[in-house]
Design a protein around this ligand. Structure first.
Ligand code: UDP
Ligand code: MG
Length: 317
């Protein structure tokens, strides 16, 4: 009998959370030789999500929940789920039923064939706005070009089945600034992608917006590649050489033709350009510095407030 835990991070999911268990259970019941457990992680919701989770956990014996002390973000909530989940494998799913439970049977099947990480690959980016698709494309192009050690998977999110050993590997990575998508890839092991269509949210609204996505992209880049720093070095050197050549030209012109005070446009252009470059370089250094700042404190990734009705005092990790 295989034991699988379904991890569900929830943030302000009051409106739709009641539909989750019955809907998923409908599919997983039919999978032979498999025992499913549910672990809901309440990520500091401000609505009645926690109350609903308490009720669901009381009603169904295979449901448990964790409640974090505040909103730590989905990445941290997932980590909490991975830390507390047991069983031979876990499945990570969104609480809003955007990840089709109908795919679980296929995932389990592939896992049984020996795959360690069965990732859901979304096939319906077409439904998104042009701007979002373009931004996503740019991000992947940059990541692909500059992360040397491994390739980031495209259109693959958090909907996946992970073998126990992937979970153990992820538990070793205690970094604070979590870019889980990259972490999954970093772990390696035998991966396979299965296509799925993202469903409509059952209820509630998404917490993502462009700013959040931009921040996530920056985090992804700065925590998985130092290429931007290297690029700035190259750009800096190029600009310096250019400046040197131009300096020689200017001096030569002054020596040959005298020194009429002119060239205001050139001056402005050069000052603004160099100023901009310097600020950009500083900004990039700053991004890495902020990563270091957050990581060196070694704070826990999340704090558990309550677990299955029990008030948590000592954190497990
Ligand atoms: N979520 C979370 N913490 C957060 C934000 C979101 O645990 O701070 C959960 C949310 O409850 C949902 C999943 O992460 O189960 C995905 O969030 P959402 O549906 O808002 O994102 P989208 O599906 O639009 O990418
Ligand atoms: Mg969603």
């Amino acid at each position: 009998m295989d034991k699988i835990t379904i991890i569900v991070p929830c943030y302000n999911e009051e409106a739709g959370i009641d539909f989750f268990y019955p809907e998923v259970q409908k599919y997983v019941e039919k999978i032979p030789d498999c025992e499913f457990k549910y672990l809901f992680v309440n990520d500091g919701s401000r609505d009645g999500t926690l109350d609903k989770l308490r009720k669901i956990a009381k009603k169904y014996p295979n449901v448990s929940y964790l409640s974090l002390s505040r909103n730590f973000g989905k990445e941290s909530a997932m980590m909490a789920g991975l830390d507390y989940a047991d069983g031979d494998a876990v499945i990570i799913m969104d609480a809003d039923l955007q990840h089709p439970a109908s795919k679980i049977a296929e995932m389990v099947e592939l896992w049984r064939q020996g795959y360690d990480d069965v990732c859901g690959k979304r096939i319906d980016r077409a439904g998104e706005t042009w701007l979002k698709r373009t931004c996503t494309n740019i991000f992947y192009a940059i990541m692909k070009k500059f992360s040397t050690s491994y390739e980031m998977q495209r259109n693959v999110g958090d909907f996946r089945l992970l073998d126990k050993r992937c979970v153990e590997a992820l538990r070793l990575m205690r970094e604070n600034q979590r870019f889980t998508k990259g972490l999954f890839t970093w772990v390696g092991y035998k991966k396979i992608e299965i296509p799925f269509e993202v469903q409509e949210r059952v209820a509630g609204t998404t917490t993502w917006n462009y700013i959040a996505l931009f921040n996530l992209a920056i985090k992804g880049m700065t925590s998985f590649t130092t290429a931007p720093l290297h690029i700035m070095t190259v750009v800096g050197m190029t600009v310096s050489f250019g400046a040197m050549a131009y300096m020689i030209f200017v001096i030569a012109m002054a020596l040959i033709y005298g020194d009429p005070v002119a060239g205001y446009p050139t001056l402005m252009t050069v000052i603004l350009f160099l100023g901009g470059m310097q600020l950009l370089a500083l900004g990039i250094i700053g991004e890495y510095l902020s990563q270091i700042f957050h990581e060196t404190k070694h704070r826990p990734i999340y704090l558990v407030d309550e677990m299955n009705g029990e008030r948590i005092i000592y954190q497990r990790l």
